[in-house]
Design a protein around this ligand. Structure first.
Ligand code: G
Ligand code: G
Ligand code: MN
Ligand code: NA
Length: 255
């Protein structure tokens, strides 16, 4: 309860921060996208991980305000970065299941906001988890269609760790699979570990999906994934999540 109140105050006082982690096109080496990751700078406790406060935000309903805040912040930066550095730059936004299952009206507002700022839907993408697709309710389906119609892309986050709802990949219009870090971690130490990413990449491409590998920390992991045909990579090899001003310096340097 204490945490909930602190979190409510943090939102009101604008002390949540949005960091950005680069997503690199494996073939050109260029930063083409970023994932928005929220950070809470607590006045006494310092930075608190979203792993700790997102669950609290979900049960208290504050997740909606947090998601909207991340969306607005992402929009502001993606607009600038498309103008100055990369016309097709995209920022991906995490949507927790609770949040995604909420009111549809909210995403109508997002789409409206994009239009107001003269941004195409492709300026953002939404990361959801596999579990959501298992519950193939009308509510889920209509939201995915709503995104599709607006040009907003959809990524399946943490792919391979959940329910592996493979049949749903065909059924729903998904744009990206994000291979979970756990498949990337041992890539260099165990040669046979490339087998699963390879299979995921091959399947994804047959279904016309692009693949983003997460948690890429070493050049060796990167090279193996590149060889396997992976499209994008994200991880400490390139950069940890950064405050927007620092992220912008990376983009500027690559221009
Ligand atoms: O950066 P990392 O420690 O930052 O993130 C931890 C977890 O918190 C990840 O699973 C990530 O998806 C989640 N997360 C980070 N930012 C957001 C956000 O803005 N919304 C939601 N729903 N989850 C987020
Ligand atoms: O669940 P999701 O994939 O949205 O969360 C991404 C999480 O992974 C964030 O906490 C982010 O800070 C973290 N992360 C990003 N790159 C790396 C990496 O190269 N190694 C590790 N261990 N974690 C990473
Ligand atoms: Mn994510
Ligand atoms: Na992930």
């Amino acid at each position: 309860l204490r945490m909930t109140n602190d979190l409510r105050t943090a939102i009101a006082e604008n002390s949540l921060r949005v960091y950005f982690q680069p997503i690199v096109d494996i073939h050109s080496g260029k930063i083409q996208k970023a994932e928005a990751l929220v950070r809470w700078l607590h006045p006494q406790r310092g930075f608190i991980s979203p792993m700790e406060f997102i669950p609290i935000a979900e049960t208290s309903g504050l997740i909606i305000a947090i998601g909207d805040l991340v969306f607005r912040e992402a929009l502001c930066w993606v607009r600038k970065w498309r103008e100055l550095y990369r016309p097709d730059f995209q920022i991906s936004i995490n949507q927790s299941p609770v949040e995604f299952q909420g009111d549809q009206e909210r995403y109508i507002n997002w789409i409206h906001e994009l239009a107001l700022q003269n941004l195409p839907g492709q300026a953002i993408s939404v990361e959801i988890t596999e579990g959501l697709l298992l519950d193939a309710s009308q509510k889920i389906t209509s939201k995915l269609l709503q995104f599709r119609d607006a040009g907003i892309q959809v990524a399946l986050d943490d792919f391979g760790t959940g329910y592996s709802s493979l049949s749903y990949l065909k059924k729903f219009d998904i744009d990206y699979l994000k291979i979970d870090q756990s498949f990337v971690r041992n890539l260099a130490t165990d040669a046979s570990d490339i087998v699963l990413p390879e299979a995921i990449i091959m399947m994804a491409h047959k279904l016309d999906l692009k693949v983003i590998a997460e948690g890429v920390e070493t050049q060796q992991q990167h090279d193996l994934l590149k060889q396997a045909g992976c499209d994008f990579a994200q991880g400490y090899l390139f950069s940890k999540p950064l405050p927007p001003e620092e992220f912008e310096m990376l983009l500027q340097r690559q221009k």
